[in-house]
Every structure is written in C-alpha cells, then in structure tokens.
Design a protein around this ligand. Structure first.
Ligand code: ATP
Ligand code: MG
Length: 488
C-alpha cells in the first residue's frame, strides 16, 4: 500500500503551549547559561563575555562571544526549535546535539530573548523570540528586536561573533524592584553560583587556555575537581572501556591534614565535599555530570575523597542517553559493570586515606609510633573495639588508680570513640560487629551479676525486683538466662 492511499491532515504543535513546555524542561540558571556557552565554544569562540546589569525585573543577562557568528539565514535557522537533526554527525569539537539548547535554555529563564550575530563579511543581524508576541499571533514568529543598541555596536566592532540577551527574567526576578536590597542580594548569590558552575563545567577549556570567560569583566579561573598538581593525590591507572573510546581515571584526593584550610575549602567545590564525590563525566571535555555514583553506590562521608573522571566523545550520545540539558548521562549496562569494578578499587583507596590519619602522622614523624585510645580487634570473625592498655593514660590508671585518674580516663575514652571507623565498617559489612561478651568466657559477667544481685537482695529487694533492676543495666539485659543460676 502506498502512502497516497492514506488520508492525511496536519497536526502542528501549538506555538505558545509548546514554548511553555520548553520552559518546564528543568534547567537551572547555571545549566542554562552553560548551554549558551556550549554554543559559543562550538562556534570556536576564544572569548566569552557574560554580563548583567541589576535593574530588578528589568535586569538583562548578556552572553557575547567572538566565535564564527551567523548570517541572516543561519540565525533564523538557529532560532528554530529543532534547528539540526539529533542524528546528524557532529564534528568532534561540537558540544551540541539536539538543535534545541539555545531556545530551551533561554526560555527556561526568560520570556524574551534576542540573538545578535555577525559572520565575517556579512552584516550584523538580530532576531528575537518573544513569548508574549507568540501568544498574541499564535504562530512560530520571530520579531526583529534588540533591547540594546549598544549590544549591536559591540558586535559590529568585532570581525565575527554572537550575543544572546535575556531581557525578561520572569523566573527569578518577576515583580522585583531595582531598589529591593534583599532581591539584589539574592540575585548576586545566584550569579555567584553561576560563576562557580562555569569554572567547574568548562575547567578543562579554561586550564588549557582554549577559551577565556569574562564574568562582569573578571576572568574566570578553572576549578579542577582532581586537584591535579597538589601534593598527596593518588592517581589510579587509566583504563579504556567501550571500544577503547571511553577513558576512565580515578583520583583519590589528599587527606584534609595535607591541605591548608583554604585549599580544603576550595577543593570542596560548588556543592561541597560529600556531594562532589563520584564520577565526573566529560563529553568532548565539557563536564556533564559533576560527582555522581550513577546509582551504583551511595554517597557517604568516608568516600568523599574519591572522584573518577570519565571521558566520552560525542559519538556516544545516544548510547549514554545524553539529555537536552547536558546534565544527565547513563552508561550502557556492560559499561556500568566495568565502572563499578573500577570504582570499587578507587573507593577502597579513598577510605584508606580518609581513615588513616594516624598512619599519615606516623609517616611524617617516623620515630614516633601512633598510639590510639581505641583498637579494632577481631574475635571469632566478629569486630570489637578495645581500649588500648598501652596508652599512657590507661597505663597510669592501671598502675595508680585514683578517682581523678579514673575520671580523666573516662573523658579520654568518651572523646576518642572511633566513630568514623565504626560507621565505615557498619555500612561496608553490616553484620560484622560483635555482640557484647560474644564468644568470651562469661565468668566475669556471671560473677558481677551475682554480686550485684546479692547486694540488692541484702538491701531488702525481693528476687523479682532485683532481677528487673539488673535487666535494665547493660549488658546484663542481654543475658537474662543467667539469673536462673542463682534464683529459685
Ligand atoms: N554563539 C553561537 N555562534 C554561532 N552559532 C551559533 C551560536 N549559538 C547557536 N548557534 C547555531 O545555532 C544552532 C542551534 O543552537 P542550539 O543550541 O539550539 O542547538 P545545538 O547547539 O545545535 O544543539 P543542542 O540542542 O544540543 O544545544 C547551532 O547548531 C549553531 O549552528
Ligand atoms: Mg547548543
């Protein structure tokens, strides 16, 4: 049957409702701005200028580049949703995929935006999407508008380049007044977040000097999640997965004691130490996922020093299910298993660095032996914690018992409970901790119990009362069977 046998009718999307849907894709302002900068990098820009001028709800955000720019036809094509087919082959430097980012990222933050562009040898051109206009005319129609003549002259002075201007930021600034100091404070905080996000997402471009990003005229500095060059980093072996086109490389960052307070804070990154552990997935060197275990593990304090780089080419977009926002990547099943195995090794190393502060100190001052208050012990395959009888404070009380000494010792014990060690073991091997007095000779337990029982009875308690008092005392509560030895 040929297609001509079918009756057909057009069912075109409704422009204004479609654009409203674009607005709900879920960009944050930082991911939206990063998506606009992706386009500048794909257009081989060397400089990108991000600027904003606070005017309450009339604030504008402007992103200009000195990339190849577009002529009139190219700009109109660029403004179309779906300007390129997602399956179209892209060059290895191209950060785009769907032909949507410019529109979806912009509409996620603003009701109106203009794009001004100049291609070498062509006139400067500009077109704008205005959601209010689309609503009025109910059509996919651009208007020829720029909110700033200065922006036109700026681009005109360049050989080539593009400026994107967002000028109705209803998502973050609706109904805010210019003189509202609180709103200004919040906006500055948001922009500080944007800055940190860009320093992270584009750090490899910034480090290699491939691009410069000027943020209100200040040059952004790369934030390297792997602290390359710092002392005390452990670097795992580089592995090639897939068809050899995926590179994986793990880093264990230095223990806190190896970094100055400022270095430690800086290394924590935009989301903080705990959040920033995990895989860092780069696509064409642009960071897509910054610290995520991809559902393979949970984020836990003691793994926070593990960060693992994954390098992907844009030819794997489909297999890794890269999304429009360039913020999600899902490895194919086989690769997941390989990543899990690789990550386990790095994570183990990370735990060791996190825990072995004592060893570090020992290495630093090799003539002194590290003396902990608590020791980890194994008994019949179960884990227990013991007070170190060789610790000087413990020795002192054993040799010279006094009330003061005893109190001091209790304080030392309380203050040094090995919480990280216990929690790590508990989450790694949940069943491994022993039960009080498990597999020990119970003579000491029974003797103590009997002594206390007799005392209570001699003080006039009846057997049942004495028993219930003792059953509320740890660890007698765990051994009610022993009462039978001396009760009738
Ligand atoms: N700053 C720019 N300089 C030159 N051309 C640009 C610029 N921004 C966008 N374009 C052109 O507009 C097209 C559409 O951009 P858009 O971001 O919507 O989609 P994309 O980058 O192709 O794919 P994706 O949806 O994955 O971002 C680009 O493919 C590019 O040809
Ligand atoms: Mg794009």
């Amino acid at each position: 049957m040929s297609a001509t046998n079918y009756q057909t009718t057009k069912a075109e999307p409704d422009a204004s409702s479609m654009i409203e849907t674009f607005r709900a894709i879920g960009y944050s302002i930082e991911t939206a701005i990063a998506d606009i900068i992706d386009n500048s990098i794909s257009a081989e820009a060397k400089n990108i200028w991000l600027s904003y001028n606070w005017k309450g709800e009339n604030t504008r955000i402007q992103i200009r580049d000195d990339g190849s720019g577009m002529n009139h036809e190219e700009l109109i094509q660029a403004m179309r949703p779906g300007s390129k087919h997602p399956t179209e082959a892209r060059t290895l430097k191209d950060l785009g995929r769907f032909g949507l980012g410019l529109k979806t990222a912009s509409f996620s933050q603003t009701r109106k935006f203009s794009v001004l562009s100049k291609k070498a040898g062509f006139n400067t051109v500009f077109w704008a999407w205005d959601l209010d206009h689309v609503n009025t005319v109910q059509a996919w129609e651009l208007i020829r508008y720029t909110p700033s003549e200065d922006a036109v002259s700026e681009i005109e002075e360049q050989t080539s380049g593009t400026t994107v201007i967002w000028y109705c930021l209803d998502r973050s600034l609706r109904d805010t007044k210019e003189e509202d100091a609180d709103a200004l404070g919040k906006f500055m905080e948001i922009m500080e977040g944007v800055k940190r996000h860009l320093e992270m997402v584009f750090h490899r471009f910034l480090e290699q000097g491939k691009i410069k990003i000027w943020f209100q005229e200040r040059e952004l500095k790369a934030w390297d999640p792997f602290l390359r060059g710092a002392e005390g980093i452990q670097i795992g072996a580089e592995e090639y997965l897939g068809e050899g086109n995926i590179i994986v490389k793990g880093y264990v960052l230095p223990h806190k004691s190896k970094l100055t307070e400022q270095e430690f804070k800086h290394a924590s990154g935009p989301k903080g130490w705990n959040e920033q552990q995990g895989f860092y997935i780069y696509r064409n060197e642009r960071l897509l996922v910054a610290g995520n275990w991809l559902g393979l593990f949970r984020k836990e304090e003691h793994y926070k020093l593990a960060r693992i780089l994954i390098d992907l080419p844009n030819t794997l977009d489909d297999k890794w299910q890269i999304d429009i926002k360039k913020s999600v990547a899902r490895p194919p099943l086989k690769t997941r298993d390989q990543l899990k195995a690789y990550a386990q090794v790095i994570r183990n190393n990370a735990v060791n660095v996190y825990r072995h502060r004592g060893k570090e100190i020992q290495r630093k001052y090799p003539s002194f032996k590290f003396t902990p208050v608590w020791l980890e012990k194994q008994r019949h395959g179960k884990r227990f914690y013991a007070i170190n009888r060789d610790h000087p404070i413990v020795q002192e009380i054993l040799e010279e018992p006094s009330k003061q000494n005893l109190n001091d010792l209790l304080k030392f014990i309380e203050e040094t409970v090995p919480i990280p060690l216990i929690t790590i073991k508990e989450s790694e091997e949940p069943e491994s901790h022993g039960f009080p007095f498990e597999n020990l000779d119970h003579e000491i337990l029974i003797n103590r119990l009997k002594e206390m029982f007799d005392l209570l009875v001699s003080q006039g308690k009846n057997q049942e009362e004495a028993k219930s008092i003792l059953l509320s005392i740890e660890p007698f509560d765990k051994y009610p069977q022993y009462f039978e030895l001396f009760t009738k």
